[in-house]
Ligand binder design. Sequence first.
Ligand code: F6P
Length: 322
Amino acid sequence: MKRVAVMTSGGDAPGMNAAIRAVVRTALEFGIEVIGVRQAFSGCLNGDFQPLDSVAVSGILQRGGTVLQTAREEEIRTLSGQRKALRRLNEAGIDGMVVIGGGGSMAGALALHKLGFKVVGVPGSIDNDIWGTDMSIGVDTALNTIIDALDRIRDTATSHQRAFLVEVMGRNTGYLALMSSILGGAEIVVTPEREATMEEIADSLIDSYTRGKSHAIAVIAEGASVSTTKLADYLESHPQVGFEIRLSILGHMQRGGRPSAFDRRLASILGMRALEALRDGQSGVMPGMQGREIHQVPLEEVVVNERHMSDWYYDLAHILSR
Ligand code: F6P
């Protein structure tokens, strides 16, 4: 292997820059040249390549976002798009690639692997919905951001005896919602895996109010079927809830910011392991953290399985909210 490419794909996640840096510096250590692909698979299809040396990745370890930029590209889902991407990579003399991103990006990586190109994935997404790894790059930072927001919201909620509905990211899974509800002391959590009706949410807030709580926080995952704006209207029109109601949608601020120590460490380790796999001739795998070990998980497994939280965490959330 003489020249590898690296890209970040899908939603950005804090720590992606640390992963790029680890890929580049490990490759250089192995005597392999590195080409950065700008704007993920879109850049790949357009041949938007830029050589990366050690200095190019200096000073990015602590930065959020991704210096290579990212995109969600539909064309790479088609066979013609995949062939076009391979042509571009071949023309640039690239013989392997690291794709840092979420589930959709791992599917793109797998498609290129199946066409005979050497590709290794690195899990990066704040949602923590990627199979084969306990944690993805960016999750810890996003969780800390949400907890910080919940702490601040509780200060003002208590001062006014209000209940806050806090909508957090998580399109298909409720990891961020569930964990932040436990670690941020919320009264109730609603996720795509554990839905609740408006009546049930109202009952939980009424229960908190009648037990004399000075505030209540309901964390709702973006992917849950209840609409937070409709829920806010519903609760406002039920005075027996007791609390005044406010809605706070945290949005994309959850994706930005300096990566935590955990994410820098995870990104550095996974970036290095990805390069080791390519150097050793492996392809179609993704290094994943499982307990204290890093395993090379086949992308075939990654893309067909869904990662969900154990039900036990919902019990924990409920008990600790009492
Ligand atoms: O997958 C990460 C994520 O932040 C999801 O939680 C969210 O639903 C989605 O990306 C938002 O995507 P976009 O930035 O394209 O609006």
